[in-house]
Design a protein around this ligand. Structure first.
Ligand code: UGA
Length: 433
């Protein structure tokens, strides 16, 4: 593998993982971020996201001189052979991906890109963005390549180093090969295609994953109605390799910084292409409906005659969108919390990844320092994130604090028998009541 000079613009979890891992593979990487404070912290190997092994890789890269951090984007790209754009593409108006950051950087680097370099889009972008970036750059000597990432938060380094596949798309085959060769040290099939195919692959992958989850959550509701156990059914179907057993664990709906944003953005892509994709709409709607079903279950369990939750205190265990991250973006736990709050509930929440002071959450709930504190006087406890730590809680202590001995295990991961011994009734999703 030939060591290359790489620039990475944007040091979010995708950019920083890409930069640190490429440095670990032997490349010389300059990462740029507009946030001066963040650049300072990264120069001291202080990583402010929860990503296993990432701080160590940053530290090693810095020590080896293969990884540097700058605030000045043009300075970062000046010597680069390959420039990665790892920029946020949040949900914009009407659900479409907002490309303002990608466009602003394209504008900023246009004049300083070295002759013949490749610009790689790692950000999740609508089909046609590579062409748009190429047009914005207006540099016939610079090729634009789409190389989407398939990293999961909380497992980003592991996923980078052990990918299922590498997808590299460009009209310029030489540029695509140059980018693919960066990963020569990794053991994974490389799929070369055009840019449109690579861009759509990313959306299709996240849509398919979301579809599997909506399927599993709906199936869980059916299991409850029929007296079957969702775990039996997903095990039963998952052994068929055409279906696969992964990503079928029911929960409080799917969330996070990617699946909701990308499914909505794909919906806009479909509309703009004049293609109706009912399965995509159903996938999104099922997620919302599933959350409403769970909320109604809590409301019914509280048994207030007017169907409200006024004056009812509830304990929420877990707020992040999944375990292993401190990320709250589009967290299903927060969606459930909002719906409960609208019904009048008073919410006390404990999450091991969150400190007690979160002014952004103060209108919605009160964060506590311990699970027992959250449970104090609550009519029910809702487990919303599958933190392993909850499995081994002192459930007797929690039972002693609850006003009513009810636990809703919305992640289906607690040991119901263990909770029963602690005097608690545990209701899971998709299991016979
Ligand atoms: C997702 C994809 O899994 C990655 O492949 C992709 O690269 C990434 O988005 C992205 O586009 O950047 P991530 O957002 O980290 O990764 O989260 P997931 O692990 O996929 O979980 C998404 C949601 O589904 C979470 O709310 C999680 O709790 C839920 N989930 C996941 C379930 O409810 N059940 C499962 O069996 C799996």
């Amino acid at each position: 593998m030939q060591a290359r000079r790489v620039a990475v613009i944007g040091t979010g979890y995708v950019g920083l993982t890409t930069g640190a891992c490429l440095a670990a593979l032997g490349h010389r990487v300059v990462c740029a971020d507009a946030d001066a404070g963040k650049v300072e912290r990264l120069r001291r190997a202080e990583v402010d996201i929860m990503e296993p092994r990432l701080p160590e890789l940053v530290e090693e890269g810095l020590a080896a001189g293969r990884l540097t951090f700058v605030q000045d984007t043009p300075a970062a790209v000046r010597e680069a052979e390959i420039v990665f754009l790892c920029l946020p593409t949040p949900m914009g108006s009407g659900g479409a991906a907002d490309l303002a950051a990608v466009e602003a950087v394209a504008d900023e680097i246009r004049a300083v890109l070295p002759h013949g370099c490749a610009v790689v889009n790692k950000s999740t972008v609508p089909v046609g963005t590579s062409e748009r970036v190429a047009a914005l750059l207006g540099r016939p000597d610079v090729s634009v390549v789409s190389n989407p990432e398939f990293l999961r938060e909380g497992r980003a380094v592991q996923d980078f180093m052990h990918p299922d596949r590498l997808v590299v798309g460009s009209a310029d085959e030489d540029a695509a090969r140059l980018v693919a060769d960066l990963y020569a040290g990794l053991d994974a099939p490389t799929l070369l295609m055009d840019a449109a195919g690579a861009e759509l692959t990313k959306y299709a992958a996240n849509f398919f994953l979301a579809m599997k989850l909506s399927f599993a959550n709906n199936l869980a509701t059916l299991c409850e109605a029929l007296g079957a156990d969702i775990d039996d059914v997903t095990r039963g179907i998952g052994h068929d390799p055409r279906i696969g057993g992964a990503f079928l664990q029911p929960g409080p709906g799917w969330g996070g910084s990617c699946l909701p944003k990308d499914t909505h953005a794909l919906l806009t892509v479909c509309e703009q292409a004049g293609v109706d994709f009912p399965l995509l709409r159903a996938t999104i709607e099922t997620n919302l409906k599933h959350q409403q079903t769970l909320v109604e279950r809590v409301v019914a369990g509280c048994g207030q005659p007017d169907g409200s939750l006024r004056g009812v205190r509830l304990a929420l265990f877990g707020l992040t969108f999944k375990a292993g991250t401190s990320d709250l973006r589009d967290s299903p736990a927060l969606a459930v919390a909002r719906a409960l709050r609208e019904r009048g509930a008073e919410l006390y929440a404990y999450d091991p990844a969150l400190s007690e002071t979160r002014p952004d959450l103060s209108d919605l709930l009160t964060l506590t320092a311990t699970p027992e504190e959250a449970a104090g006087g609550a009519a029910a406890c809702l487990v919303l994130t599958e933190w392993p730590h909850f499995h081994d809680l002192d459930w007797e202590a929690v039972a002693g604090r609850l006003a009513s001995p009810v636990v809703h295990d919305f992640r289906n991961f607690l040991d119901a028998e263990r909770l029963r011994r602690a005097g608690l009734t545990c209701r899971a999703v998709g299991r016979p009541v």
